[in-house]
Design a protein around this ligand. Structure first.
Ligand code: F6R
Length: 607
């Protein structure tokens, strides 16, 4: 949420900032801005509402060869998307970019009478506060930043430059990520390591409560209490190709289509097909600790929550004496829930930075519960704060809508459940079918994507003008329906909701008319016949049903049908591919921005 970049070195800072912002645009895209400083102390501030391309138009008329600067792409929290609310914000001689929320900005603003505020943002208040301590360069910039941050409540990742000291950038973080890229004679900063790719592979991840003074060939870090911190340089694992479209029209389609490979990465070294077991090293729990687990809490938001809900259905099926409680992080963090003894919490997050999920993690840890991360972004805050964890290793997800992460989150959690079941001595005849199908799932995903893509495109074109969608499923297909509905609404803006089939006649059946279509997920299995009866009830009321099934005997006179030729236990995962492609093609047919849907941003680092 909001992207930050910064550069100090020997190259053209404007070029670096613009290319870095383009890489981060998925984090927020309602306005953007950069400021660069020249050696003689003049500043060039450029800001524009909307996408980075608007900023580039301004840049074309204001080219400078400055070697230091900071930039920002915004997702609005305080104040509408506009040029005046775009960052960097100026106060006196300094400029600031900020990611996060300053909660006490109103109180602070009252005390900053000397500053003439030009925006409605909390970030400008922070800039003015820093400037009030800076006293036009009479104090070192870093000291002014520290003094201001001691008064600020909330979350921040910031970068600050001053016209009076154009050989340094000061950065700090509390709750919003900041990475420092170490190059040869140049240093860069970004809120996400992907902006640094192609420039350096060496990164320092700043921790909460740390502030750093960055020069072109040095990085000095200390805490807000002035204790020096020795910088740990880590290797960035992502490659440039992972953040490029690779011939696809959109990142979303690329990310849907790469699921056979991304899931293979999740499984690598973790499945032993010969003896039908799985092994996860990361959680770091002994057999004895696994055996003791009686209660699993699964915490996530949005798609990550749906992944947790789906995994909970599976884990309960094969693990005895265990209850699984999937929870929505933004709710759970404020509930007074009793956590039973012998609980373990799975903290699920693609970005590893989601504010609500992180807050839950911290609350749960305070209660002494072991926390295990199911995270994608390596080195992210959640990954660093959990007691143990399993990276899903799907590579960067650039499109705002989460797709490949979902599939791997579900399977990583099911594998964690399997390790508990193994430790509890569940018979291998019960567990082996799960392990076998997990092992074969990348291949099944590949076959499914190949076989359904064209049909789904045609069906999506047919339904693109419907106003409402109802997604239906039961058992494991119910969380899958929820995820499908979320995908459709977030990118195509079609109102879509999911219901458990059994709930239909308790209310939603009243909705059915020509403005609605119903997407029915019908995996083979125990509850198939019951779900089919529910479809009949919809058809009897004039519904427009698209059925997705792997049951050969399905023969209802629905409007459209997508047959899957594979999949058994994890058929809902394959059905979710159908929903992903359907949402994609509906959005393409409507001509909307697939990768950057309105009002949203990847990585929700504010509450
Ligand atoms: C939906 C989507 C969001 C995220 C949610 C959690 O497509 O992307 O619902 O799943 O914001 O994000 P992470 O997984 O980064 O914690």
């Amino acid at each position: 949420m909001c992207g930050i970049v910064g550069y100090i070195g020997g190259k053209n800072a404007q070029d670096f900032l613009i290319s870095g912002l383009k890489r981060l645009e998925y984090r927020g895209y309602d306005s953007a801005g950069i400021v660069t400083l020249s050696e003689d102390g003049s500043a060039t501030l450029l800001r524009a509402k909307g996408k980075i391309s608007n900023l580039e138009e301004k840049l074309a008329k204001n080219k400078r060869d400055d070697k230091v600067g900071i930039g920002h792409t915004r997702w609005a929290t305080h104040g509408e998307p506009s040029e005046k609310n775009a960052h960097p914000h100026q106060a006196g001689e300094i400029y600031l970019v900020h990611n996060g929320i300053i909660e006490n900005y109103k109180e602070l603003k009252q005390q900053l009478k000397e500053h003439e505020f030009k925006s409605e943002t909390d970030s400008e208040v922070l800039a003015a506060l820093i400037n009030s301590f800076y006293k036009d360069g009479k104090h070192p910039l870093i000291n002014a930043v520290v003094q201001a941050l001691k008064l600020a409540k909330g979350t921040y990742g910031i970068a600050v430059v001053s016209k009076l000291s154009p050989d340094e950038i000061v950065v700090a973080r509390s709750g919003s990520p900041l990475v420092i890229g170490v190059g040869h004679g140049e240093t860069m900063i970004a809120s996400d390591a992907s902006a640094l790719l192609g420039h350096t592979k060496q990164a320092i991840y700043l921790n909460d409560g740390e502030v750093a003074m960055i020069k072109k060939d040095s990085v000095e870090i200390k805490t807000l209490n002035a204790e020096p911190v020795s910088a740990k340089v880590e290797e960035i694992e992502t490659n440039l190709s992972a953040i490029q479209k690779g011939g696809y029209d959109h990142f979303l389609l690329k990310e849907i289509m790469e699921q056979p490979d991304s899931l293979t990465e999740t499984l690598r070294g973790r499945v032993n097909i010969e003896d039908g077991t799985v092994r996860l090293g990361g959680p770091g729990l002994s057999e004895g600790q696994l055996r003791k687990i009686k209660h699993l809490i699964i915490v996530g938001c949005g798609t990550a929550y749906h992944a947790g809900l789906l995994a909970s259905y599976y884990i309960e099926k094969f693990t005895p004496e265990i209850t699984v409680e999937p929870v929505i992080a933004s709710e759970y963090r404020y509930r007074q829930s009793y956590i039973p003894e012998d609980s373990v919490a799975l903290i699920v997050s693609q970005s590893g930075e989601t504010a609500d999920t992180l807050a839950c993690l911290r609350e749960i840890k305070k209660q002494g519960v072991t926390t295990i991360g199911i995270v994608n972004a390596i080195g992210s805050t959640i990954a660093r704060e959990v007691d143990g964890g399993t990276y899903v290793h799907v590579g960067p997800e650039i499109s705002v809508a989460s797709t490949k992460a979902f599939t791997s989150q579900v399977i990583a959690m099911v594998m964690f459940g399997l390790t508990i079941a193994q430790a509890k001595g569940v018979r291998s005849s019960i567990l082996k079918p799960y392990v076998n199908e997990i092992y074969n799932l990348p291949k099944m995903i590949h076959e499914t994507l190949e076989s359904v893509q064209d049909a789904i495109k045609n069906i999506a074109n047919k339904y693109a003008n419907y106003e409402h969608g109802i997604y239906l499923g039961r058992d494991t297909a119910y969380p899958t329906a929820m995820e499908g509905a979320l995908k459709l609404k977030e990118i195509s803006y079609v109102d879509a909701n999911a219901y458990a089939f059994g709930e239909l006649k308790h209310g939603p059946l009243a909705l059915i008319d020509d403005r609605f279509f119903e997407l029915a997920l019908l995996p083979k299995g125990e509850l198939y016949d019951k779900a089919v009866s529910n479809v009949q009830e919809v058809l009897a009321r004039g519904g427009h049903v698209i059925a997705v099934t792997n049951e050969e005997k399905f023969d209802l006179p629905v409007d459209d049908i997508i047959r899957l030729n594979t999949g058994d236990i994890f058929a809902p995962i394959l059905m979710n591919l159908v929903s992903q492609l359907f949402a994609y093609y509906v959005t393409v047919a409507k001509g909307y921005d697939v990768d950057q849907p309105r009002n949203l941003a990847k990585s929700v680092t504010v509450e």
